[in-house]
Design a protein around this ligand. Structure first.
Ligand SMILES: Cc1ncc(COP(=O)(O)O)c(C=O)c1O
Length: 330
């Protein structure tokens, strides 16, 4: 029977698992390292899942009507996913974007007909960021309370506070991993931004098998802004700290802090190196956060107690999204 899709919304999810067999062999890794390749989504990242889920949730709740503008604040992939799905569904979309977002992302969002506003170009947001030393969550709270609130012409989808974000991973990402591995998965590793991926997927997997270890990845100290280095030389795009390194009020509500068993720090340069290695061994070009998650998974795989175990790692996006950045530029 033929199958012709009528909208990109039908192409979201059902991404493949790929075992990094050549990398395992070359690095003598004594466990199975399997990546869930989220760049198979129609706009090449895991964020297509939440973009579709958050828009359809707002439609169901009667908030989105023709002519209403969708707005969000995002490190880029969610912006691209929302821009594409808003275009396909006929809604205008405006995105407040972090300054360090790569050129490819800006251009992609504009190509879908969306409007972008740099966070630091909004005087109110800039003031909050300056006063709080770059507290992104506080900046978004300001936009939510002072700019979007009580405005019926905009719907703020708010990926860091929207339950539809973790929920779609509970409904799709988790079950896909479970089905494709036929329930044989020992460890799940994901980098954390909003926490939606790890929380929803982790919840599903733990309900199926409470023994599955859930591991969250955050940037190491050299890859985070500090007093000495307010702008670190190298960062892992889309990934934010969530351990005791940051105050509790900066942790997004979309992260379930009870879901993970362990947190592993990864430095950006180590993540980049893994991305470059895997491109050569297995012929797959992944993004920075995928490199960070695979670096962490490699450490976990080398622990004696994990010999022969199966580790599933989220590869959130493609290296093509970073061609102009330090990931490949040095
Ligand atoms: C490239 C990339 N990887 C990983 C993540 C983290 O995913 P989550 O927000 O579900 O924690 C993000 C989030 O923005 C991202 O853009």
């Amino acid at each position: 029977m033929g199958k012709i899709n009528k909208s990109i919304t039908e192409l979201v999810g059902k991404t493949p698992l790929l075992e990094l067999t050549n990398y395992e062999a070359k690095e003598n890794i004594p466990a199975e390292l399997i990546v869930k390749v989220e760049y198979f989504n129609p706009n090449q990242s895991v964020k297509d899942r939440i973009a579709l889920a958050m828009i359809e949730d707002a439609e169901k709740r009667g908030l989105l009507r023709p002519g209403v503008t969708i707005v969000d604040t995002t490190s880029g992939n969610t912006g691209i996913g929302l821009a594409a799905i808003a275009a396909a569904k006929g809604y205008p979309f405006r995105v407040y974007i972090q300054d360090q977002v790569s050129e490819e992302r800006f251009k992609s969002i504009h190509a879908f007909g969306a409007e972008t506003i740099k966070l630091s170009d909004d005087p109110g947001v800039k003031k909050i960021l300056d006063e709080t030393g770059g507290d992104f969550v506080a900046a978004i709270r300001y936009l939510e309370n002072e700019v979007f609130a009580d405005n019926p012409d905009v719907v703020f989808v708010n990926q860091i506070g929207n339950p539809a974000n973790p929920n779609i991973h509970y409904l799709t990402t988790g079950p896909e991993i479970w089905e494709d591995t036929e329930g044989k998965v020992d460890i799940f590793v994901s980098a954390v931004g909003t926490g939606g991926t790890i929380s929803g997927t982790g919840k599903f997997l733990k309900e199926k098998n409470p023994d599955i270890q859930i591991i969250g990845v955050e940037p190491g100290p050299d890859s985070l802004p500090s007093e000495e280095h307010p702008q670190p030389e190298h960062e892992i795009t889309g990934v934010h700290p969530f351990s005791e390194k940051i105050p509790r009020e900066m942790i997004p509500p979309t992260l379930d802090q009870n879901i993970y068993d362990e947190i592993i720090d990864v430095e950006a340069l180590d993540a980049y190196e893994v991305v470059r290695k895997i491109a050569k061994t297995d012929g797959i070009l992944l993004g920075e956060s995928s490199g960070a998650a695979i670096y962490a998974a490699t450490q976990v795989a080398r622990r004696p107690e994990n010999k022969g175990k199966r580790i599933v790692v989220i590869a959130a996006d493609s290296g093509l999204r970073y061609l102009s950045t330090a990931l490949f530029g040095e």
